[in-house]
Structures are given as C-alpha cells and as structure tokens.
Design a protein around this ligand. Sequence first.
Ligand code: F6R
Length: 242
Amino acid sequence: MEIVKVKNYEEMSEKASTLMIEKLNNLEKPVLGLATGSTPEGLYEILIDKNKRNEVTFENVTSFNLDEYAGLKNTDPNSYHHYMNEKLFKHIDIPKGNTHVPNGSASDLEKECQDYEALIRDKNHVDIQLLGIGGNGHIGFNEPGTPFTSRTQVINLDESTRQANARFFPSMEEVPTQAITMGIETIMESKEIILLASGENKAEAVESLINGEVTEDFPASILQKHAHVTIIADEAALSKVT
Ligand code: F6R
C-alpha cells in the first residue's frame, strides 16, 4: 500500500485529481470505478474544471459505480444515479451510455447484480477504482462480515451506515435498508485502487485499514492484499496511524 499524506480535504482532492488524470491520460479506453458520498465531491469538482479546460477528456472512459440504494428510483434526489449526474456526469464529456450505476429499482435485483458483474467482466474489469471508507470499514456497501469472495450483490445496510447517511434524507425512516454493491472480490479485481479518506471521524478506520488484521469483520482490510493501492488521506484521517 502506498500512503500519501496530505494536509486537508482540499489537498486530498487535488492530489487525487492529479493521480487520476495522469492514469486516465495513459490509458486508451479507461474503465473507471466510481464512488459517491462526501469524500469524492471535491475531486469531482476539480475533474469537471480540468475537463472544461481540456486537461482531461472522458470521451473514451467507461465508468462503473460501486453501489446504489435498493428501492429508490433513479430519479430520486437521494439515489446515487442522481448524485453522479449532478456531481459529475452532466458536467463532463463522458458519453452517457458509457456510465453505469446499479439499478436499485430493477424488478429483479438479483438479475441486476448478475448483469452488472457481466458488464464489468466484458470490459475486462476496472482499471482505476476510487474508494471511500465507512467508519465501520465498509468499502462499497460491503458491511462487516461480508465474505471476501463476494460478487455484486444485494446487501442489508448496517444501522451505523444508515445513521451515517441519514444526513441526506428527510428522516431516518426514509433511509433505505438495502443496497446493491459491487462485491469485495469484484473490487479486488480492479487493476488499481485509490482510496480517499479525510477527517478525524475516519481516523480509526484508516488505522485498522493500514495496521489491522485482515479480517472479514473489517472489509477494507483486504486491501492490504491488493498489489496496487494508493491511500490518499489527510492529517486528521491519519492521526491514529503511528
Ligand atoms: C459510496 C460508497 C461508500 C462510501 C463510504 C464513505 O459509493 O461506496 O463506501 O465511500 O460510506 O462515505 P463518505 O465519503 O460520505 O464518508
């Protein structure tokens, strides 16, 4: 694991954009794995800006998002479809047909998961996977206890995850209880992984990610076994790492 320590959220986003653009510019048809949540928002703003300045193009990029809430329509303001359109896709030159987010309102969610896996496989897996980390160690929405051999699947969200994400919903009752997520094995098949972490509230998780035991009780720990992971984290997120 390569650990890049930066000062704060802004520097984390800057550093991530530089690394990502360098890699994108070196690939003919890049396959990007994307995340939602608060962590990558700053990165997406910079990518939009650099795309407008012609420093990077997404014309040949295919993207796969990590996850989507089950039961939300793609137009729901809290869906990750909506998030991705608003925060990235509609502002850049990526062909809309090249973007993929699991369909959480599919009538057959199991089939949706299998189809999503097949699409990723058809593209010969993700080249650069962007990850955040949950306070409980989740990557994607793979909660503690998820087998390391898991593929794209429907999962039950942990109470702690629902609470952490409740800030986006009008009330706790409206936070979905299930989601579709790329599996841990699916994520591990990515050729490169960039994990971002910012803030004191990620410090314990980042410490376990870097120094903890590799265990299914802490899903992100599996990244210690991946050959090509870069963690870009700020001082606060790295404050418990000695
Ligand atoms: C989002 C995702 C999650 C988040 C994690 C951290 O697509 O897969 O694993 O990366 O929950 O979320 P934030 O960035 O909001 O702290």
